[in-house]
Every structure is written in structure tokens, then in C-alpha cells.
Design a protein around this ligand. Structure first.
Ligand code: ZN
Ligand code: ZN
Ligand code: FE
Length: 764
């Protein structure tokens, strides 16, 4: 008895997402309940607690901490150490103090919570209709934090001194806004205004709504950047937005006022509803509702059976949306990064927007909206950004602090330190100076925020990528080793990392992708790899076909179709849609190019095979955005049911070679027998799924490996994923798909980082 009731003092260190999420008040309340003395503080490593009291009570307290942590927190580790009691009385929340050389995760931006929504619409509340209402459980985080520890002076809220009422809430540990750093009210917080009409507050909001109703395009400053908004049911407005943005066919995302409203236009199953209403609030791609009672403009997502919907995630959005859904597309000129500052918006979006709904809270970190598809009740990330970034991915390997610079399209980078990989938000296609500048800025910000000085740099094998060139300059300037990782190896490593596979594991990676430079100089993208983190071996691939004109032909799938027919020894018969799409003159030039092998690099790209198929059946001959043909092919196939399939020939040469020639022959046959286009599209998908399973069986027999990884941009195709996973079910394989990072090049930087770390570990 004497033993257990002795007075002890324990120092408890908790790491994880524990700052900016109400963790200190939670600790405080728990300590009060247990009648313990001591303190809790944030530092740059996480949360530090010291408690003093009877040994049994202290043990109870530590147990209780893990029981009901705040909803936004994520505990990674808890360390307890006994120290000498100091005789302190009472429990306090102490000031934050930084620790050199440590880093702690930062929470992502969180959608407005129910408590705040209730106040927002309560006429008696002092924050009634205040567009910047937030609390400890919701509001901006990542986009306003300039440095750690996360405290108001280190956020873009620093310039708003709290009024007495806000300060009272902020300092009251039992208030739900205790230490809510972005706390604000109409008296002391950010203000809304409209340009060019110079209106403020509620009147600015009402005028913006009126303009939108009348078909205007309004630039709206949000959480992580600007949106361009217009009425999604107004055809003329949507057409005008497309004209001004120079965006021909790429689908727009639509923000709807409520789940009920989305139901009018799209089918929403319970899992999709859960993700739509979740605190991350991503754009969710949903199947368009047939016979919808209400009509969106056909120009929102031409040719797609899926529509990207999301729900309001900031109080401003909530106030802005009435009954009409709005297009909310990234506020940028095509191919440029999203706009962040008021001045920048007024200048760069001047020709795009009729009016600007602005506010004076600065966005420090740009963060675009996230996009997901839903498969088997879980997210399949298409673009990992707001709401998810910058939560770290737990690394299954350890090594030096590493920077993976990503690829070219859908660029992200990845900074690692110890067991944490901080994957950046989506930055954009690294094809111009503006995007490269945005990339550099974001990298600087994240290096500072997480206190990471990379010791190793990893890039793609492709020397022409802006990111590769940047990496080599950066490595030179800082005298750091530069490691190059083959594109599809990086895709496989990313998948292995997010599934926490140990360092010595290997998988059979099916890397079906658009483009990536191979080790033989060809353009890969239809590969079966025996892959570990450190190295890979290519077991099989789609038979090479020439890509006449290289990457420039990607925009013209009919040229790829003709080239595939050429490679398969099939004639360019006039009755084929892809032949008709090509002028006689162009055909003559193309034929010479192919026969003399002029500027026609060989490619095994599966993405291009989908493009070729889309053109062959007359669906899409020219594309205005990446994977357009493949997406439309998927849309057709998913809407139809057939059990038929074509069959790839598998040749055994130096590995397995998948020859599509028989597929083209059968497809042409079907075309000539007037088989419906959706049926052909579905049969094409089934033949690819069959190919995956057959080749994995061969690869398993050769390697003894039983874990399959489906990675690369082609696996954004949910219809193909479903077919493939169903086929694998009967075969007793373990199948991994992407759940945390995108299967497309947005996930590449994570795989580069782990592959780089392991390459370095292996070389020692
Ligand atoms: Zn809230
Ligand atoms: Zn206030
Ligand atoms: Fe790729």
C-alpha cells in the first residue's frame, strides 16, 4: 500500500498529429479530473506533459489519455519517463517552446464542424453569418501555419489582435475555442469584400451571389487558394468560363449546397456520402444520374459518366451556396498554379473573372482541392491535397533525410525524416516556369516547417523532366548525392511504402501507366516488375509499338491507333474510324515515318494502348487533357455488361511479351459486325484484366512471389480495377492497390524517396 501511493512525477512525450487539434485542453481536462499537478506544453517535437501525484492516479491518467483523444489528433508514439517530483501544485498549460532538430506533423485544413455551423445560422450568436467562424475542431491549419510550434503569432492570423470576447474564449481551457489559433469574430477577425464594386461584409456576399445567379464568373478566395465560380446549371456561363480559361473538355468540379442536392444529379452510395461529408471534403467522382430531374450544363463534364462533386468546406462556401450548385474550379489560367494572394488574383485572373470575392486573411501555403474515387467503401486517391496533406506517411524503412522530387505531371515532392514521409500537396504539371516557381516555394515552406535538410536527392531517370534538372542543380549546389529511380520502379515503391511492406520485401508490380523512361531508353508503361525497394527486374511488358513523333503524338490518339495497326501488320483500311480521322496526306507522312523509323521511339505504354483503342472504335481521336480517351472508354464500358473478352498473345522471349495484335484483329471484326461500341469497350477492359491475371500467374510460377501491386495511372480506372480484383479473387493472390497516395504520378515522389533510402542503405 505504501509503495503504490508514493508520489511520483512522470514526463510524457506524445508525438503525432497533436498540435492545433485541441490536445492540450484535452490533457488539461484529464489532469484536472484526476486531481494531478504539472503542466502540458507544445514543442516542435509534439506534446510534452509532466504530471505529479500518487503513482496509481498517474498510471490511471496515462491510461485515460489514450482513451478518448480529440477527433483530429493522431497519436504516433507515447514515451514515459520518471523524474524527480518538484512539489508543484495545480496543473497548467504552458507556453510553447521550440526544440532544435525536431519536427512534428501539422494538421490539414478541416471542414467547418457541426457546432460552428449551428452558431453560423443562430441569429442570437455573435458569429451569426460570419464567414470565418472556426474552432479547435475545424478551420484552416496547414494553409495558414508559417512555422512551428503552431501558435497564433506563427500563423497568418497574427495580424488580427483578438477582441476581449475572443480572448476570453481562447484562454478558457473549458471553451471549445481554447487555443483555436484561427479564432475570430466580426469585431476582430478577417473581413470579406468584393471587387471591383468595393462592397464589404454581408453586402459583398449578397452581391456576389446575385452576380453568380445572373451568370457571372466570380473569383473567390477560399482556404488554400482561389476558385473560379459560376452557376453550374447555366450553360452560357459554363461555356464562357471554358472560353476564358481556354479549357476545352476537361471536366469541372461542382460544389453543391448539400448531399440532397448532389442526389439530384448523381448516384451517391452510403460510402460516397460518408467521404463527401467527411472532414477532408474531397471532390468525389460520382456516377451521373440517368434521368436526372434537374439539369447541370452539359459542358460541366462532356463525355463523362462521372461528375466531380464536393460540399462546402469553409463557412464562406456555406454562406455562398443557395440551391444552385456552382462550378468551383481552381483559380488559375490553364496550366498555371492556383492563385494565392489578392493582388495576384486581381492581376492574373483579371481576364477570367467578372468580380472578386476577397478577404484579408492571407493564405500562406497554397493547397488545391483533393480528388478521390471510391472503391469498396474506401478512397482511391486521384489527387492528394487539401484535407490530406501534409499528414505524413509512416515509412517502413529508415535512413537519411531524403527529398524525392517527383515526376513531371501532377507534381508532388516528398521530404522524409526518420520514419515520416511528408508528401507535398498537389502542385501541378511541371511544364512551365510558373509551376516550377510554385514548386520551389512550397518546398522551401515545407522544409522550414518540418525542419528537414535533405541529405539525399532522388529524381526520375528521365533527364528531360524539369524536376530532374532541378534535382541535379539542387544536388550540385548543396553537394548532395543524387539518386535516379526508374519511373515504374518508383510507382511500385510508392505502393509498397503506403502498405508498410518491410525493407526486404518484393512484389509483382503491375505498372500500367502513361509514360516513363525505361532503362533501355524506350518509353515504358505496360510492365510487370519483380520489385523491391532497392531494385527491380522486368519480367514482362507490352510489346513495343512505335510512338511516331514521341510525346507530341499523345494529343492525337488516332496516330497511336494507326501506329499500333502498323505494328500488328494490319492495314489502314478506309472503313476504320481511326483511319478516317487521319487525312490522306498525314497518313502518307506517318507511313513513311513508321517504315523508316523516324523519330518514333518504341513504347510499351498501356495508357497509349487505351488511347489507341478509344480511337480505333471512333470514340476519341484527339484529346485535350491527359487520359481523356481512356476515361471516356471506361465510362462507356462501365455502363454496359458483357462477359466477352479479347485475348492478348503472350510470347516468351526475354521475359513475357504481351502482343495486342490479336486484340486489334478481334476489335476490328466486332466493328465490322456492328457490335455496339460500349460492348467493345467493355470487352477491351476485360481483356486487359485477363492479361494482368494470366501474366501474374506466369510471374508467380517464375518467382514464387504471391503479392501483386497494381500501380500507375491506368489504375485510376475503377472499372478495370474491379474487373482485375474480381479475377484475382479466384487465384489466391494478395492484391495491393493505392489507398493513401495516387496511383498516378502524384504518388511518385513517395516511391522515389523510399527507393532512394533503400538504395543508399544497400550500398553501405
Ligand atoms: Zn468548429
Ligand atoms: Zn473577436
Ligand atoms: Fe507514371
Amino acid at each position: 500500500m505504501e509503495e503504490t501511493s508514493r508520489i511520483v512525477r512522470q514526463r510524457i512525450r506524445i508525438t503525432g498529429v497533436v498540435q492545433g487539434v485541441g490536445f492540450r485542453p484535452y490533457v488539461y481536462a484529464t489532469a484536472l479530473r484526476h486531481g494531478l499537478a504539472g503542466f502540458v506544453a507544445n514543442d516542435s517535437a509534439g506534446v510534452l506533459i509532466e504530471v505529479e501525484g500518487r503513482e496509481t492516479t498517474v498510471a490511471d491518467f496515462i491510461h485515460a489519455l489514450g482513451e478518448n483523444p480529440p477527433p483530429l489528433s493522431r497519436i504516433e508514439s507515447t514515451q514515459v519517463e520518471e523524474i524527480t517530483p518538484s512539489g508543484e501544485a495545480g496543473f497548467s498549460i504552458q507556453h510553447s517552446h521550440p526544440i532544435a532538430g525536431e519536427n512534428t506533423p501539422v494538421p490539414p485544413d478541416i471542414a467547418t464542424c457541426h457546432d460552428c455551423l449551428k452558431e453560423l445560422f443562430d441569429p442570437a450568436d455573435r458569429r451569426y453569418r460570419y464567414p470565418f467562424i472556426n474552432c479547435t475542431n475545424c478551420g484552416p491549419r496547414f494553409t495558414i501555419i508559417q512555422d512551428l510550434p503552431y501558435d497564433r503569432p506563427q500563423t497568418t492570423m497574427a495580424k488580427f489582435p483578438m477582441c476581449a470576447a475572443c480572448a476570453r474564449e481562447y484562454h478558457d481551457p473549458l471553451n471549445r475555442r481554447f487555443h483555436a489559433q484561427p479564432i475570430a469574430c466580426p469585431d476582430c477577425g478577417p473581413k470579406l469584400f468584393l471587387q471591383p464594386s468595393n462592397l464589404e461584409g454581408e453586402i459583398a456576399l449578397l452581391e456576389a451571389k446575385r452576380l453568380l445567379r445572373e451568370g457571372a464568373i466570380v473569383a473567390i478566395k477560399g482556404i488554400g487558394g482561389f476558385h473560379l465560380a459560376c452557376d453550374a446549371t447555366n450553360n452560357a456561363a459554363v461555356m464562357e468560363l471554358r472560353r476564358r480559361k481556354g479549357r476545352v473538355g476537361k471536366p469541372f468540379a461542382v460544389m453543391a449546397p448539400s448531399l440532397e442536392s448532389i442526389h439530384l444529379y448523381a448516384e451517391v452510395n452510403p460510402e460516397e456520402a460518408r467521404i463527401l461529408t467527411g472532414r477532408e471534403r474531397p471532390i468525389v467522382l460520382l456516377n451521373r444520374r440517368k434521368n436526372s430531374p434537374d439539369k447541370l450544363s452539359a459542358l460541366v463534364a462532356p463525355g463523362q459518366i462521372q461528375l466531380g462533386f464536393f460540399l462546402p468546406y469553409s463557412p464562406l462556401h456555406v454562406l455562398l451556396l443557395d440551391e444552385t450548385p456552382l462550378i468551383m474550379t481552381s483559380g488559375n489560367r490553364s496550366d498555371e498554379p492556383i492563385v494565392r494572394e489578392n493582388e495576384e488574383a486581381l492581376e492574373r485572373l483579371a481576364t477570367l473573372a467578372d468580380a472578386f470575392l476577397l478577404h484579408n486573411r492571407d493564405i500562406y501555403m497554397v493547397c488545391d482541392d483533393s480528388v478521390v474515387r471510391v472503391l469498396d467503401a474506401q478512397e482511391l486517391p486521384i489527387r492528394r491535397s487539401r484535407g490530406y496533406a501534409p499528414l505524413p506517411v509512416q515509412l517502413p524503412v529508415s535512413g537519411p533525410a531524403t527529398l524525392g522530387v517527383g515526376g513531371e505531371l501532377k507534381a508532388t515532392f516528398c521530404l522524409t525524416r526518420n520514419q515520416r514521409a511528408y508528401l507535398s500537396q498537389h502542385i501541378g504539371d511541371m511544364e512551365n516556369l510558373e509551376t516550377q516557381q510554385a514548386y520551389e516555394r512550397t518546398l522551401e515552406q515545407m522544409r522550414r516547417l518540418f525542419r528537414i535538410d535533405p541529405e539525399v536527392v532522388v529524381c526520375d531517370l528521365h533527364p528531360g523532366y524539369l524536376s530532374s534538372r532541378w534535382a541535379s542543380e539542387f544536388a550540385d549546389a548543396n553537394r548532395l548525392p543524387l539518386i535516379k529511380v526508374q519511373h515504374h520502379h518508383a510507382h511500385a515503391a510508392a505502393l509498397m511504402t503506403e502498405h508498410s511492406l518491410p525493407e526486404d520485401n518484393q512484389i509483382l508490380a503491375v505498372a500500367f501507366d502513361g509514360t516513363g523512361l525505361g532503362t533501355d531508353g524506350a518509353i515504358w508503361g505496360g510492365e510487370i516488375l519483380q520489385a523491391g525497394y532497392r531494385s527491380f527486374h522486368r519480367l514482362g511488358h507490352l510489346k513495343y509499338a512505335p510512338l511516331p513523333g514521341g510525346d507530341s503524338s499523345i494529343k492525337k490518339p488516332y496516330r497511336i491507333a494507326l501506329s499500333h495497326l502498323y505494328a500488328a501488320n494490319l492495314s489502314w483500311n478506309e472503313d476504320l474510324p481511326c483511319v478516317q480521322a487521319c487525312s490522306e496526306n498525314e497518313r502518307r507522312i506517318l507511313a513513311r515515318q513508321l517504315s523508316q523509323n523516324l523519330n518514333s521511339p518504341p513504347t510499351s505504354s498501356m495508357g497509349r494502348l487505351f488511347d489507341a483503342a478509344a480511337s480505333l472504335i471512333g470514340l476519341r481521336h484527339e484529346v485535350s487533357y491527359e487520359a481523356q480517351g481512356a476515361m471516356e472508354l471506361e465510362a462507356l464500358a462501365a455502363a454496359c455488361c458483357t462477359t466477352g473478352a479479347y485475348e492478348f498473345a503472350i510470347e516468351h522471349q526475354d521475359g513475357f511479351i504481351f502482343d495486342p495484335a490479336p486484340i486489334w484483329r478481334e476489335m476490328i471484326d466486332d466493328l465490322r459486325h456492328n457490335t455496339s461500341i460500349p460492348v467493345i469497350a467493355a470487352k477491351f477492359h476485360r481483356s486487359v484484366a485477363d492479361l494482368i491475371v494470366r501474366s501474374c500467374q506466369l510471374a508467380r510460377a517464375q518467382t514464387g512471389l504471391n503479392t501483386i501491386g497494381l500501380t500507375g495511372g491506368v489504375f485510376q480506372n475503377v472499372y478495370l480495377l474491379k474487373l482485375t480484383m474480381a479475377a484475382f479473387m479466384k487465384e489466391d493472390f494478395t492484391v495491393l492497390i493505392h489507398r493513401t497516395v495516387p496511383p498516378n504520378d502524384g504518388g511518385l515522389s513517395l516511391g522515389q524517396a523510399t527507393a532512394g533510402i533503400c538504395a543508399l542503405n544497400g550500398s553501405h
